[in-house]
Each structure stands twice: as structure tokens, then as C-alpha cells.
Design a protein. Structure first.
Length: 399
């Protein structure tokens, strides 16, 4: 294990990390605009850390479907909704599912370079109010795949729908339908246990509505199932392939969700001058490209590269957070790295709590940091697969 970095006055440190609960698509957050959700996260991380809003140098927000209420640079819209000064700039970025994880990378890199004292890396997605890939379909029908990509790309790579890529991963790593279903059941079990124990200190309760439209406060992830109908789950038909030929179902894949998250990064010396206690440092920030046809296998080289950059091994990780876009993605990672399963997605993952695309990366970072603190752990690894064959990975060290 490589020793931690000595104190550096210009080191970029995580000062705070929060997220909203993740709501089901069409659920409790269906009437909440995405810019309002993101504003809640931005305001929440400032309130928890005590940083004056005028000290924020930039707001970098991940968002995938940048159209409608998520268009026109949602980073700028949200920071104004949150009441930050007009002098604070904002930029929206799209690395698909890794968008807000990358936003935290970019925020920390700007701070480490000396360009800013404080920056917020954040993200949002309302899959209730902005249909997935609305920016690609322009509202002209449902998203059916990447048939609108440039013909030169499709001539090089026969890029399928991500569900088919998930099926091919299951084929290559010999992951059975039963294994995927069992993994999904365990994800819900762990998520419900963490919810019931009140472990999610990173969650900011938000206003929502019930089925009848009455006002409620949502303080937990809405998609978690306390009880699983196992017989019904195992009877579900594959999403794409014929029964008996495929194993990816709606029950062993991530849920479409609404949610936002924010991570405040600051220069050590600037934070100390304001009396703000840092919570973690970055040991590795990685983005990789991988096979566009398999699409989702980039989690493997991304994790390997992050561990190499940090000078650490998978056994050094006290918390491993691999986004559960599909059970097969998480299980192929398990096949390759053989992690301690008690440290692998300990509070469940996107199969249970949902996956609000552009909001998930920062949300998982907030969740992982809260989990490390609950367990008194030191190192955490976060990895996310990305469409078209990419992945992002982060290693943090709790201070």
C-alpha cells in the first residue's frame, strides 16, 4: 500500500457530499423540476459545510438528456435557482452515465491546478420529466438504440442497445439468469437494511407527492423493495432476447429514477482558513474507453487503472461501489477482481435504489463517503460503466 499524500496546502479535498433521495420514475418526485432537484443538492452541500455561496468558483453539473427542463445549461439554471450569486458560473457536461462522477473529477482538477479555491461537482436527471435521450430523439418517437449515430461509427462498430451488451457480458463471463436474479435480490436486501438502520447520512429529505398528489417528504430511495416476490421475478421475460436465450430483465437491471447530488471540493488551505473540515482526498481519477459493442466492460480496465494510479490493490479497498446498471456488469467485475463481497456495494445499488443517469455518479460518491465513515474505512473505489464503451473510476481516501 502506498502511503497517503503528505499535507499539501493546494491539495483538492472533498469537503462535503450530499444527494437527494432517488425517486421512482413517475413517483414521488414526478412534479419536481430537475433544476429544482439540483438546486436542492447544491444548496444542501453548502449548508452542511458552511461555505458561503459567494466562495464557489464554479459549478460543474453532469446531465445526460440535456433537453427540455434539463436544457439551456442546467448547471447555470440550478445555481441561480439555489440562490447563488449571479457571478458564480456553471457548466453542464455529458459523459453519459459517468457525467457527474466526471464532474467531480473536473472540479477537483480545477482546484488542484490552482484555478479555483472551491468548486461543486454535481449532477441531476429527472427521468419522469425528461424522457431518456430526448436530446437524441427530439421527441420524435421512443429511443430504440443508436441508429441515429454517424454511419461511419456504425460501419466500424455494430453498437447494439445496452441491454444486448449486458446479455453479451453474461454470455462471455458465463453468468446465469439465476445468478443475476439472486444478485438483484441481494441488492434490495442490502439497500433495505441500510435504509431501515438509518445509515444514509448523505441523503437530503425533499418535498414530493404521493400517488394522489398530496404533499409528502421523501427521505429515502423510493425504489427499494422491502419484500421481493421471488417467484414473480424469476418468471419475468427477458427485455430483448427470447425466453431461454437471455437473462436480462427489468428486475435485474437498474431502475429509471429522478435525483440529484453534489460534491463540494476545496483547496486545503482555503478550507482551513474558513474552518471547514475536509472529509476525503482523491487518490485516483480515471476515464477509459473500451469496446463500443460490449459497451459496459470498461469498468474492468478503469478499476485496474485507478488502482495502479493510487498504488493500491483491490484488497486495500474498504468500500467498492460499482454502479449496478445491470447485474451482469457487477458480476463480471466480481469475476475479474474477486472482491470481499461484504465490501462490494454494501448498501445495495442501482438495481434497488435507482439510477438517475447524470445524477448517479456524484450520488454514489456521496453514498460511498457516508459508508466509509459509518464503517470507519479508509479507501473507497467507485466505478461506472458508460454507453458507447467507456467507464469512469475514482479512488478516495477518507481523512
Amino acid at each position: 500500500m502506498t502511503p497517503s499524500t503528505p499535507s499539501n496546502p493546494n491539495e483538492a479535498l472533498i469537503l462535503g457530499a450530499v444527494r437527494t433521495p432517488f425517486g421512482r420514475r413517475g413517483g414521488a418526485l414526478r412534479e419536481t423540476r430537475p433544476d429544482e432537484l439540483l438546486a436542492t443538492a447544491i444548496g444542501g452541500v453548502l449548508a452542511r459545510t458552511g461555505l458561503p455561496a459567494e466562495k464557489v468558483g464554479d459549478v460543474l453539473a453532469g446531465c445526460v438528456s440535456q433537453a427540455g427542463e434539463q436544457g439551456a445549461n442546467i448547471a447555470r439554471q440550478a445555481l441561480l435557482v439555489a440562490g447563488l450569486p449571479a457571478e458564480v458560473p456553471g457548466v453542464s457536461m455529458n459523459r453519459m452515465c459517468g457525467s457527474s462522477q466526471f464532474a467531480t473529477h473536473a472540479a477537483s482538477q480545477a482546484v488542484a491546478a490552482g484555478d479555483l479555491d472551491f468548486a461543486i461537482g454535481c449532477g441531476v436527471e429527472s427521468m419522469s420529466r425528461v424522457p431518456m435521450f430526448l436530446d437524441l430523439t427530439l421527441g420524435q418517437g421512443d429511443f430504440r438504440g443508436f441508429d441515429k449515430l454517424h454511419p461511419k461509427i456504425l460501419a466500424r462498430f455494430a453498437i447494439p442497445h445496452q441491454v444486448e451488451s449486458a446479455e453479451r457480458i453474461a454470455d462471455q463471463w458465463q453468468i446465469s439468469r439465476a445468478e443475476m436474479d439472486d444478485y438483484a435480490i441481494e441488492s434490495h436486501r442490502r439497500a433495505e437494511a441500510a435504509r431501515a438502520a438509518g445509515l444514509h447520512t448523505e441523503i437530503l429529505p425533499v418535498a414530493g407527492v404521493d400517488k394522489e398528489g398530496g404533499a409528502i417528504t421523501l427521505g429515502h430511495d423510493e425504489g427499494i423493495r422491502a419484500v421481493i416476490d421471488v417467484e414473480r421475478m424469476r418468471a419475468m421475460q427477458p427485455v430483448f432476447r427470447q425466453p431461454g436465450e437471455g437473462g436480462v430483465t427489468a428486475a435485474n437491471a437498474s431502475q429509471m429514477s429522478d435525483g440529484a447530488a453534489a460534491v463540494l471540493v476545496g483547496r486545503r488551505e482555503a478550507a482551513e482558513a474558513l474552518g471547514i473540515r475536509p472529509r476525503a482526498r482523491f487518490r485516483a481519477r480515471v476515464a477509459v474507453g473500451s469496446d463500443p459493442v460490449m459497451q459496459l466492460t470498461g469498468v474492468i480496465p478503469a478499476a485496474r487503472r485507478a488502482l495502479e494510479v493510487a498504488g493500491l490493490s483491490i484488497r486495500d479497498m474498504d468500500w467498492i461501489e460499482v454502479n449496478e446498471a445491470f447485474a451482469s456488469v457487477a458480476l463480471c467485475f466480481v469475476r475479474e477482481f474477486a472482491p470481499d463481497m461484504d465490501r462490494f456495494n454494501p448498501w445495495g445499488g442501482a438495481i434497488a435504489h435507482g439510477h438517475p443517469l447524470g445524477g448517479t455518479g456524484a450520488g454514489l460518491m456521496a453514498k460511498m463517503l457516508a459508508g466509509l465513515e459509518q464503517r470507519d474505512g479508509r479507501f473507497g473505489l467507485q466505478v461506472m460503466c458508460i454507453g458507447h464503451g467507456m467507464a469512469t473510476a475514482t479512488i478516495i481516501e477518507r481523512i
